[in-house]
Design a protein around this ligand. Structure first.
Ligand SMILES: Nc1ncnc2c1ncn2[C@@H]1O[C@H](COP(=O)(O)OP(=O)(O)OP(=O)(O)O)[C@@H](O)[C@H]1O
Ligand SMILES: [Mg+2]
Length: 244
């Protein structure tokens, strides 16, 4: 049973249909790349999955409790003038399940320090968010989702304007989260990044979605990008699986 399923979903923005007849099942503990040209509805679908946009028809069936859902938006609505340090941001990952007013225990702080070390941002622990580079901020935000122990993680173009080293760190952490069972959906435009990361692909185009295999897609785009060995691919719904 998949934690996240789409049932004949139709979504609209400003009175215009953006996507329709969208079906499928996201594989638990897999990384699904959400791809498509600008304006095809990737961010719109993410908003619907997060419950921030009501469907025109059909439904999103999500079995993950809200406190275990994490979302990194494309354009960050983070108030960078807010006086919060990297460590403080990461600690807020405990809020959805633990509450904002209870304070933190020693185990929370220990875990926060482990997460910062893993993401290579220990030296930035006390740096205000407004003084971070884009890549440092992405590391800190991913750290917050690790603190949250997210079961469903939605990332809207997390690698945009991020250097290679940071992409490597973020990808390694994401792959590890998926291995531990987190269902991850990531909007990607770069085929090489897709080759390295994606187990499944949902391609949006002309108002519709199509599940495609990463290998078929990469062959279609000329292939040649070495892929790390992975578990066999599983399709969210065989009746909707196709090739690029
Ligand atoms: N708030 C809004 N009001 C009206 N139309 C919108 C709104 N937000 C998005 N749209 C329209 O909905 C469509 C889908 O937009 P969306 O942001 O989901 O695309 P996207 O695939 O994420 O694109 P990108 O790759 O550029 O991020 C576009 O035609 C866009 O112009
Ligand atoms: Mg978008």
């Amino acid at each position: 049973m998949s934690r996240l399923q789409l049932h004949d979903l139709q979504l609209a923005r400003g009175g215009q249909t953006v996507l329709e007849h969208l079906d499928g099942r996201f594989t638990d503990g897999a990384i699904t790349a959400l791809i498509g040209a600008n304006g095809t509805g990737k961010s719109t679908l993410i908003a619907a999955i997060m419950g921030m946009l009501a469907p025109v028809a059909g439904s999103v069936e999500c079995r993950v409790p809200l406190e275990r859902c994490a979302w990194l938006p494309q354009q960050l609505a983070l108030d960078l003038t807010f006086p919060m340090s990297v460590e403080e941001l990461i600690m807020t990952g405990t809020w959805p399940s633990h509450g904002a007013l209870k304070g933190y225990c020693a185990a929370h702080y220990r875990r926060g320090r482990e997460i910062m070390a893993r993401l290579g941002i220990s030296h930035l622990a006390h740096r205000p968010l407004g003084e971070l580079s884009g890549g440092q901020r992405q590391r800190a935000l991913l750290g917050r989702t690790l603190m949250q122990e997210a079961e469903l993680l939605l990332l809207d173009e997390p690698f945009a304007n991020v250097d290679i080293e940071t992409v490597d760190v973020l990808m390694e952490v994401l792959r590890d989260m998926a291995r531990r069972g987190t269902t991850i959906i990531v909007v990607i435009h770069d085929m090489e990044q897709l080759a390295r990361l994606a187990d499944d692909v949902l391609l949006l185009s002309s108002g519709h979605g199509r599940w495609v295999s990463p290998d078929a897609l990469l062959d279609h785009h000329g292939g040649g990008v070495p892929r790390a060995p992975r578990l066999p691919l599983t399709f969210p719904d065989a009746s909707h699986a196709g090739t690029a």
